[in-house]
Design a binder for this molecule. Structure first.
Ligand code: SAH
Length: 217
């Protein structure tokens, strides 16, 4: 067994010990090669339970948070999911291994290009991306049964709540970037929006305004 394989098994076991029981989620974490999504300088840490820096001052979340948020979405192979903040593409690849179709929006053109190459390499044909502002969601593809936001917002973006279908779940960190943020789950049930606090977390901010086309910033 390779060193990476042993680390991977240790990580999956530790996730199970911390309440990740959804077999589809554990299976996806096992199958998606995290080493493909991290900066080569951090390759030796790809299977550690840590957040790692990616380009443009962004981060790929620690595997526990990826697993926890994915589990909280309650996905099946019939679900249509929207992700805001493609970043490295790791979370999107996990979603694509479980759900029917994944739509992912990223404001950084360069990050998106790198992520798209990885998706092609992994033949994730049920994953669609858009360069744009995640505050607006992806109206043409709405409604979604699940929405995941992987950057912290000051409030639940109204457009995303609108694009959540009946019975749909949205998982999103809420709070200012300098504070501890709360990971929240919103559900649309009988036309009402119910909210529930899940965990304290720390994410990069969900930026407002036009998407960036050039330059790492
Ligand atoms: N899910 C990613 C995590 C990336 S970090 C992964 O698995 O690697 C958060 C990402 O959100 C960054 O790539 C950042 O550029 C993006 N982001 C921030 N504000 C955004 C916005 N308004 N619209 C779309 N993407 C945004």
């Amino acid at each position: 067994m390779s060193h990476d394989e042993a680390r991977k098994i240790r990580l999956i076991m530790s996730l199970r010990g911390r309440g990740i029981t959804d077999r589809a989620v554990l299976g996806a974490l096992e199958r998606v090669p995290r080493e493909l999504f991290v900066d080569p300088a951090f390759l030796d840490q790809a299977w550690e339970d840590r957040a790692l820096p990616i380009a443009a001052g962004q981060t790929v979340s620690q595997p526990f948070i990826v697993a926890f948020m994915t589990q909280a979405l309650g996905l099946t192979d019939r679900t249509k999911v929207l992700e805001i903040g493609t970043g490295s593409g790791y979370q999107a690849a996990i979603l694509a291994r479980i759900a029917r179709r994944v739509y992912s929006v990223e404001r950084h053109g360069e990050l998106l290009q790198v992520a798209e190459k990885r998706f092609a390499q992994l033949k994730l044909h049920n994953l669609h991306t858009r360069h744009g502002d995640g505050w607006k969601g992806w109206a043409e593809q709405a409604p979604f049964e699940a929405i995941i936001v992987t950057a912290a917002a000051s409030e639940a973006p109204p457009a995303l709540l609108e694009q959540l279908g009946e019975g749909g779940r949205m998982v999103i960190p809420i709070g200012a970037s300098s504070d501890v943020q709360r990971l929240m789950r919103y559900r649309r049930q009988d036309g009402e929006i119910l909210e529930e606090k899940l965990l304290d977390v720390r994410f990069v901010p969900l930026v407002r305004g036009a998407p960036r086309a050039e330059g790492w910033q």
